[in-house]
Design a binder for this molecule. Structure first.
Ligand code: HEC
Ligand code: HEC
Length: 304
């Protein structure tokens, strides 16, 4: 009897393990996904770099050169501390040896070379919406930057979060692998704004509440919430809060950081503005118009 029970338990563990292994497998792009030739547009790659705010996390802390992508910033989270890696083109410490496909897999699938899951502290849940062409241009732009030495230390994550494979289960719930789909009933500039905000701009990553597993609460996208990277509160940017703001006023925040009261936005929005401030006025206007079109959604209430 006991023996039978033991055998069943072992069998169950094996089946369970196999199911886990199967569903948690990394899902890279198809091997021929980048087979079509692409003439890189480096200028557009630079636009994606600013829209994506890569330097907010990857620039070396404590210095002003936003193109020094040697990393090292510590990002605190409820799951532990992530140390942002070196993504400069240094062959040993950065991503200099990565192929274009490796880069596209990281951005669009959250998969690193050798088929390991990357942590969503790298906001690929938004970057997955980017077009392959924009991703390839971004790769070409990063290649033009100076290689920087310096390997970044490992993340500081307790068990079980230190097991990358478990992210496969998280991804099943939070990553759909879909590129941005335009809404053909809306004008082109609205779609441009929707693309920039939801794709490279990853605005919802900060401006939304998260569930216990750290996924965005889908019914409350943009409705604000606790700062995912530590202390403080990120405001609701749907019409529930920005109802009185004009498109021009939202645009001004993205251009200079000045809100309608004449105050500068601070906290983790300040580095966002250093990037959106580099975009073209048309792109900023498109983003602002899209934000203005977000229907009012009540979010969680900030603590008093
Ligand atoms: C909110 C912070 C944040 C932003 C913004 C961000 N990253 Fe990252 N990135 C990370 C973290 C943290 C990791 C480490 C993930 C891991 O170890 O699994 C990472 C990993 C990566 C990797 C994999 C590097 C490696 O060695 O495995 C690449 C490539 C990358 N990011 C590129 C970019 C690009 C390009 C942008 C801008 C479009 C960007 N990141 C924006 C935080 C960020
Ligand atoms: C890294 C986190 C982060 C990201 C990414 C981010 N924001 Fe913010 N945002 C904040 C925080 C925090 C504030 C509040 C700043 C303050 O109160 O000084 C803010 C404030 C704002 C405000 C002013 C709202 C108000 O009520 O005062 C607007 C508008 C805004 N963000 C739009 C955006 C847009 C558009 C994007 C995408 C391009 C974006 N944000 C990306 C963290 C973020």
């Amino acid at each position: 009897m006991l023996r039978k029970l033991l055998v069943s338990v072992i069998l169950l563990a094996i089946v369970g393990g196999a199911v886990f292994w199967f569903i948690s497998a990394p899902q890279p792009l198809a091997a021929n996904a980048l087979a079509a030739p692409h003439t890189a547009n480096v200028k557009n790659g630079e636009t994606m770099f600013f829209a994506g705010g890569c330097s907010s996390c990857h620039a070396k802390p404590g210095q002003d050169n936003k193109f020094n992508l040697s990393g090292g910033l510590g990002l605190k989270s409820p799951f532990g501390t992530f140390y942002v890696p070196n993504i400069s083109s240094d062959p040993n410490d950065g991503i200099g040896k990565w192929s274009e496909t490796d880069f596209a897999n990281a951005m669009l699938r959250g998969v690193g070379p050798g088929g390991v899951h990357l942590y969503p502290a790298f906001p690929y849940t938004s970057y997955q919406r980017m077009t392959l062409a924009d991703t390839r241009d971004l790769y070409a732009f990063i290649k033009t930057l100076q290689p920087e030495k310096g390997r970044v230390r490992d993340h500081d994550l307790p068990f079980p979060f230190n097991i990358r494979r478990t992210l496969g289960v998280w991804k099943l719930l939070n990553l759909d692998g879909k590129t941005f789909a335009a809404d053909t009933s809306k004008p082109a500039d609205w779609n441009r704004g929707a693309y920039l905000v939801n794709g490279p701009g990853h605005c919802a990553e900060c401006h939304s509440p998260r569930d216990l597993m750290g996924g965005i609460v889908s019914g409350q996208r943009f409705a604000g919430g606790r700062n995912p990277e530590g202390e403080g509160w990120v405001p609701n940017i749907t019409q529930a809060r920005l109802g009185k703001w004009s498109v021009g006023e939202i645009e001004e925040v993205l251009a200079s950081g000045l809100n309608p009261d004449g105050d500068s936005v601070g906290g983790s929005m300040a580095p966002v503005v250093r990037n959106t401030g580099q975009l073209s006025p048309d792109d900023r206007k498109a983003m602002a118009a899209y934000i203005k079109s977000l229907p009012a959604v009540e979010g969680p209430k900030p603590p008093k």
